[in-house]
Design a protein around this ligand. Structure first.
Ligand code: ADP
Ligand code: MG
Length: 666
């Protein structure tokens, strides 16, 4: 062949500045692109042999990476189909025909928006090279070897090559700024990252062995990839151990996952992959970006956030699809129709798998539930479609450690826990230790109490309440059990306004000052505790949500408020009320000033009224401070709620010792 010189047929002015500029941050992808082309060439060769078009010796198809650190050259060599001079001209020179040209044509108006990786293929070699040569010999009979040389300007040279074996050898003369790519360590790292699962063997140097006090090459090729990664194999041929072992090769330092899903779809898009459910115990442990995205076994990225719904980024594993457009900037991805379909498909598959586990491996699901719960709840809270499906397989755990499906649980409690308005009340505890007395009180009534101790549970409870018709969720300590599940109208204590006010004053005066209290009288039964301290469900939920960051800070900043329910049927309370009756004289009655009174007379009447009220309040407080039963039962209620602290606690202890001594020693 006579020497040819020419200009690369770029449709846009000059592709090289574009390559250098826009791919700046991603220089390393050149290696992935060149290896991908070499792999393609090998696979096309294989196809030619399979179809009978090629009848010669196929040999063992592979890709070799050869680095010369001193000369700063890097070669990518394949024994695939090679190219004739015409093909080099068509595929390499006339960029318009290859993806790079099309790409630039398509996006030339918005080139400024384009970031990240778009497969510029072969031309990405110029990101790191001052000169690139191609030596290639086509498989076609009588083909002549060609050498193509280009020094990074749009000018190229084509001459005869002395290549004698079928295939293509690309040589990069690494430029000074990119010298890192002429080091063994860096190339090994890149091959591990991008080529670990490519479908033909990729060879980089020789395997090493420890000999005479140093590492030396053996004569065995160093193959860096496994050509048949697990996700490309048939699920029927695989055992659970295989999946676990593959997980360990992907994430050597991670704990075993809970479950896995093998994805495999051909229509309307191609996608294979394996996803794993990791153990997630609390929010702090969540690691995202553990899913690796591949395109025909070539690694593309480990950030899949625009491809799968947010909650699925908590999963680990591999997705391989040639149908995810990789050439476009990531912000376009979300609106891509294929990506939407893929995202919907994966969500559905995850739900299918969980439902299947729910049906067939219930015991295993229950065992692993505590580590899976956060993921499922997050999915249910963030993805409406997933939520619909998950209502079937989501489990609820009660304070006895038993698991139920939502439906089963509802059926189990419906009988006892339906209130007078026909609403089923789901009782739950968030801390079985500190809420123990309330849980016991509920159980004594024959009620069941759920455990909701996970970070997302306050949101989850809100969501369930909206989904489940005719139901209500109540934290077990948010009111007395009779009020949480109110039955037919029960008899309330009959107290006059004055008596209610007295009751309030007495208790306020013996309760710690830092909180707010609402004192109410109720009939809880003779054997129930004299006082129950509860916190309103509404207030508490809002405080919790604002602390999780829900923008409801108003509630977060208010002092904590509690309901003090005084059980009027308790004998100790009855005794206090009798003592009050005997010891505190009623508030002195002060007549209103007559209508036609002067301003002065009116003021005198108001003053007298206020004075009477003050005096009565002082009387009540004096009574409260000397009434030991009152102090004692209030402190006991505080103690039961973990609210008795400091001096109050130590006073309580000395008082109690005295009570015990009085009872036993006299
Ligand atoms: P793409 O791979 O998307 O087609 P590239 O720029 O990577 O774009 O490659 C352009 C074309 O050059 C390929 O389609 C192929 O026809 C040819 N080519 C590149 N590398 C090789 C190779 N190693 N062997 C044979 N043909 C190659
Ligand atoms: Mg390519």
């Amino acid at each position: 062949m006579s020497e040819t010189k020419g200009k690369i047929g770029v449709t846009t002015e000059n592709i090289f500045p574009v390559i250098k500029k826009f791919l700046y941050s991603d220089h390393e992808i050149f290696l992935r692109e060149l290896v991908a082309n070499a792999v393609d060439a090998d696979q096309k060769m294989k196809a030619l042999a399979a179809s009978g078009e090629f009848k010669g010796e196929l040999g063992e198809l592979n890709v070799r990476i050869v680095l010369d650190e001193d000369a700063r050259t890097l070669k990518v060599i394949d024994n695939g189909l090679g190219m004739t001079a015409e093909e080099v001209d068509q595929y390499i020179n006339q960029i318009a025909f290859s993806s790079a040209g099309e790409f630039l044509e398509k996006y030339k108006d918005q080139i400024g928006n384009i970031i990240g990786h778009f497969g510029l293929g072969f031309y990405s070699a110029f990101m790191v090279s001052k000169k690139v040569t191609i030596d290639t010999l086509s498989w076609k009979e009588g083909a002549k070897a060609v050498k193509w040389t280009c020094d990074g300007s749009p000018e190229y040279e084509m001459t005869d090559s002395d290549k004698s074996e079928r295939g293509t050898e690309i040589t990069l003369y690494i430029d000074d700024e990119d010298a890192e790519f002429a080091t063994k360590g860096r190339i090994q790292t890149l091959l591990d990252k991008y080529c670990k699962f490519m479908p033909v063997p990729v060879i980089f140097g020789k395997e090493q062995e420890w000999k005479d006090g140093k590492y030396a090459d053996t004569d065995k090729d160093n193959v860096i990839n496994g050509t048949e990664p697990l996700w490309t194999r048939k699920p029927a041929d695989l055992k659970p151990e295989d999946y676990m072992e593959f997980y360990r090769t992907l994430y050597p330092m991670q704990e075993e996952p809970l479950f896995y899903i093998h994805l495999n779809v051909d229509y309307p898009f191609h996608l294979t992959g394996i996803l794993y459910f990791p153990k997630i115990k609390d929010r702090m442990e969540i690691t995202r970006n553990k899913i690796q995205l591949y395109c025909n076994q070539m690694f593309v990225t480990d950030s899949v956030d625009n491809i799968v719904p947010d909650f699925l980024t908590l999963l680990h594993g591999v997705i391989d699809s040639p149908d995810i457009p990789l050439n476009v900037s990531r912000s376009y991805l979300q609106s891509d129709a294929n990506v939407k379909k893929i995202s919907g498909y994966i969500t559905r598959k995850v739900a299918d798998r969980l439902e299947e586990i729910f049906k067939n491996e219930r015991e295993s699901l229950e065992k692993k539930w505590d580590n899976l719960k956060l993921f499922i709840e997050y999915g249910m809270l963030s993805d409406e479609k997933f939520c619909e499906r998950a209502m079937k397989f989501c489990l609820l755990k009660n304070t006895d450690g038993k698991y139920f499906s939502i439906d089963d649980y509802r059926k189990a409690i419906e009988g006892a826990q339906t209130d007078k308005d026909k609403k089923t009340v789901f009782l739950y505890a968030t801390d079985p230790e500190s809420q123990y007395p309330f849980i016991e009180a509920a159980k004594n009534k024959g009620y069941d109490v759920l455990l909701m101790d996970c970070q997302l549970d306050s949101h989850f409870v809100n969501m369930l309440e909206m989904k489940l018709e005719n139901s209500r969720f109540a934290r077990v300590d948010s009111d007395t059990i009779d009020n949480l599940v109110p039955k037919e109208d029960k008899i309330k204590p009959e107290l006059g306004d004055a008596e209610k006010a007295d009751l309030n004053t007495i208790f306020q005066s013996v309760l710690p000052k830092e909180n707010q209290y609402y004192v109410v009288a109720d009939n809880l039964g003779e054997n129930a505790a004299p006082i129950a301290i509860t916190q309103s469900e509404f207030m508490r939920r809002y405080r919790e949500m604002s602390s999780l960051g829900g923008g409801m800070n108003f509630y977060g900043e208010m002092p904590a408020s509690y309901n003090i329910t005084v059980n009027m049927q308790n004998p100790l309370v009855a005794r206090i009320m009798e003592a009050k009756q005997a010891e505190v004289k009623p508030q002195a009655a002060v007549e209103d000033a007559p209508k036609d009174a002067t301003e002065e007379q009116k003021k005198a009447a108001t003053d007298a009224k206020n004075a009477a009220a003050e005096e009565h309040k002082a009387d009540l407080e004096a009574f409260a401070s000397r009434n030991e039963i009152l102090k004692q039962i209030t402190d006991l209620a505080l103690l039961a709620n973990g609210m008795l602290k400091g001096k109050d606690l130590s006073d309580f202890i000395s008082r109690s010792e005295k009570v015990v001594a009085d009872a036993y020693l006299k």
